[in-house]
Write a protein that binds this ligand. Sequence first.
Ligand code: CUA
Length: 428
Amino acid sequence: MAKVAQARSPYAVLVRSSAKSLRFCLSPTTRWAGRMLRTIQPIRLPDWYTRQFGLLSPARTGSTSRKSLLSPVLLIAAIIAIAAVAGCSTELAPRDTHATISDSGNISSFFYKMLLYVDIVIGVAVFGFLAVAIVRFRRAAGDDSLPPQNHGDARLELIWTAIPTVIVVVITIPMLVGLFQLAKHPDQNQKIIEIDVTGKQWWWDFTYKSGTANGLQTANEVHVEANTAVVMNMTSSDVIHAWWIPRLTGKRDATPGRTYPLYFTPLEPGIYDGQCAELCGASHAVMGTKLFVHPPAKEVEVEYAGKKYTLDSYETWAREQMASSVAPATPELEKGAKLFRDKTCPACHLVKGLEGAESAGQSVTTGPNLTHVGSRMTIAANTLLNTPQNLAKWIQDPQAVKPGAKMTKIAMTPDEAAAIAAYLTSLK
Ligand code: CUA
């Protein structure tokens, strides 16, 4: 009984452990801040502060060292370290949220810039006042007297309530307008490309619901048309993923059991990379996606990762993709197609038109639809370039490329993998 009476409530334990960890985190920071203060100007820190954080007050040690902790070497090392971890690449496939290429991306980018500029003004004002206060009102040497003490100043309190209120109102109004614009379904009277998007561990399934491509199922690489509104219905069949093409627009969660819409109108033809933005398991980092924005009419040349590519019109692409796969044209390709069937690949992958393998009802969605896999730029969810060598490597040991992938390792010789890869490459 006594034990029960003494047992601490869970709240007490929570508060105690939080206070402990807070002190643990603060301790090195405050110690460092204390040292910095002392290096700027020899000051006497309050006794409770020195006791708490294990500092010796200069009054006791007599230390008046002015040696700065921020030596130039440390500063340069810090800058190099920050640059290194940033891992920026502007040449290879820029994933820049500022260089947006859609109407909704431009709205998000406007939010960012507006907040940034407002924050810069606030930051300069606050730190400016702080610097003036530190310099002008610093304690004179030998002066231990207390400054005049103030309690309650209605005028000051009004000022520091009114200014933040005005700032919040000024940034809230355009943001609310923008949020409503982002959530608005495009006008039904215009051409709309509607796509059902399903996130899967670890790839994206796209099923087109409108226009020439109605019924088309493809994977990982999604194709749309410039200046045409796109409606994406986002869901997941396993865990939560997030579809994100940084240059296009913001992230949208793909959540099992729910469907969320994403609306955008791409404005510039081109090829844009994306990345799943929600930790979704072992191969989250290799769950990429690619967006192709086709021109509305005739083909155009676009640059991607330092190379030139020609993009057909969206309608041309859609018509080609709606066709069944081409039959294997050579004995080598025939061998590859046979191996594709014999190694039970069609249990998970649909190849529309492949004799003896076309799935009943054409609704296999365990793995990507491979009817036109040869026309894709990448394989394994934007992880490897689509070359026969990479395809063979992927087929032979998927786990080496994508740990935990549902595609199991099926026993085959390198020659067999190469034959299957050659057949799949022919499926343009
Ligand atoms: Cu899917 Cu992270």
